[in-house]
Write a protein that binds this ligand. Structure first.
Ligand SMILES: CC(C)(COP(=O)(O)OP(=O)(O)OC[C@H]1O[C@@H](n2cnc3c(N)ncnc32)[C@H](O)[C@@H]1OP(=O)(O)O)[C@@H](O)C(=O)NCCC(=O)NCCS
Length: 189
């Protein structure tokens, strides 16, 4: 296939200038219906419960936290990574405080990758799209990157739809029936 001009592997994706980590430690993004903020230790049970969805088991099995203890360990890791340029994972809350999933940026080869999960009962309402659209500019600015990857299994049509609605374009089909998408965020040097 023809590659878009901003093909992800042709540009240095890791930011050259470091930014302070404060924003990632105190993140709070408010959209019309959602709040994206930092994890705290009280969220282990909901993280565990949300992760048991069939779609998570099929498409992102390494994001299944099968016990509360596993979720606690993951939370420790997530919280400990705030302020860094490693894994950056944030819960997505409804305005009533209900925790319905998460959105994340993780290192991917020489680049960064976006990830997201919305708990099954809350899917189909546009929440993933709303969260990713709000999260991208903030996290890309922090990481000082102008492009970011989205990866999904070929059969994960909902995830693919989220990426497309957020302006990602298909770059290539990777191994193991995975599609790799890329988004450029205008306005970042
Ligand atoms: C993928 C996921 C985040 C979507 O969350 P969501 O809040 O329902 O997403 P949105 O409502 O913003 O958008 C979903 C889109 O997919 C579409 N969709 C859902 N199921 C679909 C299917 N089987 N076929 C085609 N399109 C589908 C919806 O119609 C919607 O598009 P529309 O707004 O144009 O109608 C959620 O299903 C999930 O967490 N899945 C498990 C984890 C996962 O796969 N994460 C991504 C890893 S790559």
């Amino acid at each position: 296939m023809n590659s878009p001009p901003w093909l992800w592997h042709k540009t240095p994706l890791r930011g050259a200038k470091e930014k302070g980590g404060e924003i990632t430690k105190n993140l709070r993004i408010e959209t019309n219906r959602l709040i994206i903020t930092v994890f705290d230790e009280t969220m282990a049970e909901i993280l565990h419960r949300n992760s048991l969805d069939e779609d998570v088991q099929s498409y992102v099995p390494d994001e299944v936290f099968g016990t509360i203890e596993k979720a606690e360990k993951a939370l420790e890791w997530f919280i400990g990574s705030y302020g860094s340029r490693k894994l950056l994972v944030y819960p997505i809350l409804l305005k009533n405080g209900e925790n319905i999933g998460y959105v994340q940026a993780v290192p991917f080869e020489e680049a960064w990758e976006i990830g997201y999960h919305i708990a099954k009962p809350h899917t189909g309402y546009g929440y993933a799209t709303e969260a990713v659209q709000a999260f991208l500019p903030v996290i890309m600015d922090y990481l000082n990157i102008s492009e970011i990857i989205g990866e999904c299994h070929k059969d994960n049509l909902a995830s693919r739809a989220v990426l497309e609605k957020c302006g990602f374009l298909l770059v290539k089909q990777g191994t193991q029936r995975r599609y790799i998408f890329c988004a450029a965020h205008a306005g970042i040097e």
